[in-house]
Design a binder for this molecule. Sequence first.
Ligand code: 6GU
Length: 283
Amino acid sequence: MRLDVITIFPEYLAPLRLSLVGKAADRGLLDIRIHDLRAWTRDRHHTVDDTPYGGGPGMVMKPEPWGEALDEILADGPPTDGDGAETAARSDTGPVLVVPTPSGRPFTQEIAAELAERPHLVFAPARYEGIDRRVVEEYAERAEVRELSIGDYVLAGGEAPVLVMVEAVVRLLPGVLGNVESHRDDSFAAGSMAHLLEGPVYTKPPVWRGREVPEILLGGHHGNIARWRRDHALRRTAEHRPDLLRAAPPGSWDRPDLRLLAELGWEPDADGRFGPRPGGMEE
Ligand code: 6GU
């Protein structure tokens, strides 16, 4: 996978050289290139922003440096296959331009998995007032553009979101995680533990500061251990992310799940989905 990041703070992306992502790059699974947007300015002051048309606070990133940077980087990326009948903007092998913005669609595990299938990702982090709109319009004709937000809060720029998204994508690439099984129980991964958060984990010693590891985990009864883990995942999800329980398709729950959920005050509606109790205080 080829990964380009165009930024006015190249040093902010230094963590991509470390840890899991850095190792994947060292092993040749990933070609990461960080570019300074100011390299594509032509004035003495390397100007990348200007005041917004229509007035208002803050500054807007000028389109010209982005245009020159993206032209060069898209031309230099891996070739798009196809018979010519499909455009790069629609091809599964064409580049994806990721524009981090608090006004984007929510970045999810599903989107991370889609991005992990693509050969070329180009990230365009901006300061939060954003990039002149015409840049997204222009490149939507030549790439698949994804405007993505990492959560409901406002950051000063898109660089931290790039670190987040790259890590989420790269750990899904074949050969990056040592143990293929490591994906299976991920909170938010598909499978029988989908829509459940992960529960608690323990390691040695068996007693630490007088606190014992739950006894069931010390025995070798795999069925009981799996049940214990699922119960705790369910408790944690009900507590921290009730929205995930409500969104779960009917048929997600087995008999012990339903018993535990009832104990926690949840019950399914006629379609088998959990919703706020009639007469409850929610919504
Ligand atoms: Cl992607 N960018 C900025 N600036 N703030 C954010 C964000 C992105 N996602 C959440 N907040």
